[in-house]
Every structure is written in C-alpha cells, then in structure tokens.
Ligand binder design. Sequence first.
Ligand SMILES: C[S@@+](CC[C@H](N)C(=O)[O-])C[C@H]1O[C@@H](n2cnc3c(N)ncnc32)[C@H](O)[C@@H]1O
Length: 383
Amino acid sequence: MPRLSTALLRHAYTIDPLLPLLLRPCRNLLAAQNELRWLREYVDMVARSRRMGHRKADRKSLLRQLARERASGKPLQYILGTEYFGDLEIRCRPGVLIPRQETAASITYLVRLIRNAQSLPPELRVLDLCTGTGCIPLLFHHEFCSARKDVALRVLGVDISEKATELAEDNLRQVQRRGDCLDQGEMGFMLADVLIDPFGDQTLKPPSVKAAFNFNRKPVFWDVLTSNPPYISPSAYWKTTTRSVRGFEPKLALVPPPAPGNCGIEQGDLFYPRILHIARDVEAKIVLLEVADMNQALRVAKMARELNIFDGVEIWRDQPDQIDDSSSAELQGFPVIGQGNGRSVLCWRGIGATWLGKGASRNNLNLIDDHRLFRSYWRSPFG
Ligand SMILES: C[S@@+](CC[C@H](N)C(=O)[O-])C[C@H]1O[C@@H](n2cnc3c(N)ncnc32)[C@H](O)[C@@H]1O
C-alpha cells in the first residue's frame, strides 16, 4: 500500500485536524471527509440520546476517540453500529460479519424474479443458512412483501453463533419497529451447526439443522434455501482480505474449519456439499449460494450438478441484473448471468423453474402435487 504524502496529510490537517487520522483507513481525502461527516452526525445523535446537551467538549472528545478507533482499522459499520443492506439499515456489532453490498444485489435480484411468479403457494418458506445479522431473511421479506400481499412468507435464519442469532433477533425487532410489513407470515432465527452430520450425535450443542428443526418445532420442508457461508481458504484469507477485516471481523464467518482428510474437498468449499445435501433433504425448489469468485462458482455448480436433483444450475456475477447481449455467456456448460466477478450459484428444480420465470420443467406438474400432498410439518425427510 503506497504511503500517504506529507503534503496530503498537511492539507487534510488544515481542513480539519481529525482528517489525517481518517486518511489512514480511507486513503483519499473525499472518503475521509465523508467519514468525518458521518462520525459527526453519529456523535450528535449520541449526544442527543445521552442528553449530553450542549457540552461541546464532550462531543469533541467522543469524536476524537471514534476517529482514533477508525484510524486503528476498526470498520466504520462497527463504530456507527449499522450498515445499509438494500433499502434496510441493518445493525452491526463486533463478532458478527458486516453485510456486503454484493450479497444484497443477489438477494434483491432473486426476490424480484420470484415475486413475479403466478404460481406461488399461499405460504412460501425461505430457509437462510449461516444468517449472521439476519440481513438476507430481512431483505428477502422486505423485497417480497412490498410487492406481494397474497402470499405469507415463513422465513428462518440459522447460525452457529449466539452473538449472530441475538443480533438477528435485534434486527428483526428494529425492522418491526420501523413498521415494515412483518405481520405477513413469520420470521425467526435458530442456533444450529450446518456442518454437523444429521445422523450423528443428536445431543451436541449447537445441534445439527435437523435436530434444531425438531427441538424448535420448525417445518422440515422449505421452498427456497439461501446461504452465504464461510468460503475463504486460509491462504486467500491472508492474501485477499484487508487488515481491517482480519483484525475486526470474525474468522468463524469467513474461513471454514479444516476439511477432514481424504474427503477431496478444498477447505474453502467445505460448506457447499453439506448445504446442498440439506437443500435436497428439505426439498428446496430454489437454492442460491454465495461464492468467492468464478473458480469457486464453477466448483460449486459442478457439485450441484453431480447431486443430480436439480433441473438447472447457473452462475450469477456481482450484478446479476445487468444483463445485455455481451454479458450472457456460458462457462463449462453453465449459463453465466450479469456483470462483475462470479458471486453466486443458483439451482432450481420442479416448480422452482416456474417461480424463477424459467418455463415449465420436465417434472413440474408431478412436483406440485407431491409438494402439496407430502408437505407435513412434523415428518422428517432425513430419517
Ligand atoms: C459469511 S458470514 C454470512 C453472514 C450473513 N449471511 C451475511 O450475508 O452477511 C457466514 C456466517 O456463517 C456462520 N457459521 C460459521 N460456521 C457455521 C456453522 N458450522 N453452522 C452454521 N453457521 C455457521 C457464521 O457465524 C457467520 O455468521
């Protein structure tokens, strides 16, 4: 990283003595000025809520303290306590990953495809694995319910981290307070370990997803499965993430645990086979999995194809909605949609093809009937 020139630091100081501190993480003057403005607004808000009144010295010292924290690399979102995710302002706290814009772009695009479908069931069930702040379920609900009032959404977010599920519950309450239409259906969060073998020891804490469904009396069949799991390999963690990410965001959210020996799976890919098996067991009709890049997208797309249950698998780039003639492509037999880096893998089967506007699939009619006839809340598909 190039050093900041003395001339730039001096110039920044003449504008505001706190700007040189913010130049360290921001690297350019405009970004540093923006951050200083946001920090000031935040201090004003805190002052109002703590009734610090007009004591200028208190405000000044709080602002200096926050600028120092920022200079140490602490993400702005942890200092301000929120980040925008689509139209939603999501609360952020150290210990839980900050939501990223690319994730919001994929989820928004997915919901916009699904909410146009004519043939949705009266209750659509959405399961989000590795939910973190709960940003994906909340945005899914917000985008869907702003356009469709005739379908109830039942949404469940799952995470291994208690800090994450508590923050997700907090975010849910916050969105409810702001008056988003969360009375349309049901939303909740649950502790479970996605990687635990569902046929293994059922007394482990956190339990497997299957055991957690049983304890919490949750449905076992879900229509849409989304997940942004930990997907960074240990070497990419050191090479591609910033110091700020490594120093302040939880490694649990970024790097999967080591893969068991001889399983033939790269450590960064560890979650995908497990999540695809859960998708099969819960009979998900649509699955959207976030990935790190195009190479991982291709590996995950192949895993999905090899599972032999999906009617279609495609890869989305960072902006899947940016579609023109030059952006529609195919890689190793998979359609690639949008602009930017490889970002997610979309799989569908049965009626899911119709919900995505992809036309009728070979099994559609049978699956609609199967789905309705055998959808039982308490019957486990795992056993
Ligand atoms: C990349 S973050 C994604 C968070 C959120 N979905 C988002 O998009 O911002 C991955 C999440 O997976 C959770 N996680 C890690 N290991 C897990 C496991 N074995 N089972 C369930 N969740 C896990 C982490 O706590 C973290 O919240």
